[in-house]
Design a protein around this ligand. Structure first.
Ligand code: NAD
Ligand code: UDP
Length: 329
């Protein structure tokens, strides 16, 4: 049966892909977003679809609508975005979760939380299984995001225990693909934009830190499978691609795939930047039979294709070209 699905943060990078997929499957999608870190361009192609409804709203303010499921994605996700207004980031994680959980409780429906690998902080065990409780600095510049998301997980499980309705918590590891914001400062978008413009590629620290990058289509498959899994499976569940690489290797791969003349430059490592990150996905394999299928090079080629077109446009939407503080003002 087709459902009415509410997606908070539905106009963002992940939210726009999720909206598209759920619409293609014949569902009604209500996309709630305040455009804090995204642009209408991400969902422009969906606006004509009668099954799609856009609601411009801030998730920190209560909102009521009839729905069958909720995906709670609203939250700035890149370090420069979430650090730009850390109090707002915390409010979005915590008040946004409470508002959406109260709605889910009232309607008695399933709700999925987009949590993050950041809840493991700078991990001391590798790869990271869901049972690892993390190594997070509670007072640093990343804490508004890490602790906000940790607190959101707590709130999800408390609502679940207290009011007995189904919740789903996924911990998303670094995901990339078309519709990433070209100025969001994340490593994949930064390196591709720099490489395509033959600008210096900015490596923070020595570039020996690792990440494991998941292509957006694989992530969306995992999120939908998790939502459709039996109600008694709450997670938390890691979703990510365990193919790990150093940031230097990523830069070299992107230079190679773009045929760029860019040189590497080294800049200071931001505080509390995790040294290593790689998901253990044993639980996702066991519970969802989910395994990411798109290798890094293939996903990078698709993403490079997207940015090539975006950068070739004479009129890039205004908030894609200005400084970060202006984007977020
Ligand atoms: P994004 O910044 O592209 O999308 C976030 C969306 O939420 C944007 O459209 C933004 O405008 C909206 N938003 C922010 N604050 C809001 C508010 N107060 N009210 C309403 N809307 C608001 O980021 P993304 O990469 O698409 O991330 C989506 C979710 O997935 C986030 O919750 C993020 O923490 C989580 N996540 C993403 C990654 C990743 O690698 N992309 C990794 C881990 C977790
Ligand atoms: N990074 C980098 N150069 C950049 C942007 C990021 O070297 O231009 C590094 C960053 O320090 C981190 C890694 O790439 O070690 C991933 O950064 P990103 O912001 O994409 O994600 P996160 O740190 O949240 O995993």
């Amino acid at each position: 049966m087709n459902k009415r699905i509410l997606i908070t943060g539905g106009a963002g990078f992940i939210g726009s892909h999720l909206s598209e997929r759920l619409l293609n499957d014949g569902n009604n999608v209500i996309c709630l977003d305040n455009f804090h870190t995204s642009n209408k361009a991400n969902i422009e192609h969906l606006l004509e679809n009668p099954l799609f409804k856009l609601v411009q709203h801030d998730v920190t303010i209560p909102y009521f609508i009839e729905a069958d499921e909720i995906y709670n994605l609203a939250c700035p996700a890149s370090p420069i975005h979430y650090q730009n207004n850390p109090i707002k980031t915390m409010k979005t994680s915590i008040l946004g979760s409470i508002n959406m959980l109260e709605l889910a409780e009232k309607l008695g429906i399933k709700i999925l939380q987009a949590s993050t690998s950041e809840i493991y902080g700078d991990p001391e065990i590798h790869p990271q299984p869901e049972s690892y409780r993390g190594n997070v600095n509670p007072i640093g510049t990343r804490s508004c995001y890490d602790e906000g998301k940790r607190c959101a997980e707590t709130i999800f499980f408390d609502f679940h225990r207290q009011y007995k309705f189904p919740i789903k918590v996924v911990r998303i590891f670094n995901t990339y693909g078309p519709r990433m914001h070209p100025r969001d400062g994340r490593v994949v978008s930064n390196f591709i934009v720099q490489a395509l413009q033959n600008q210096e590629i900015t490596i923070y620290g020595k570039g020996h830190q690792t990440r494991s990058f998941c292509y957006i289509d694989d992530l969306i498959d995992g999120m939908i499978k998790m939502m459709q899994s039996p109600d008694d499976f709450t997670g938390p569940l890691n979703l990510g691609n365990p193919q790990e690489c150093t940031i230097l290797e990523l830069a070299e791969k992107i230079i190679d795939l773009t045929g760029s003349q860019s040189k590497l430059i080294f800049k200071p490592l931001p505080p509390d930047d995790p040294c290593r990150r790689k998901p253990s996905i044993d639980l996702a394999i066991k519970k969802l039979k989910w395994v990411p299928e798109i290798p890094l090079e293939q996903g990078l080629m698709k993403t490079i294709g997207y940015f090539r077109i975006l950068l070739s446009r004479p009129l890039i939407p205004i908030n894609f070209c200005v400084s970060h503080s202006s984007i977020l003002s």
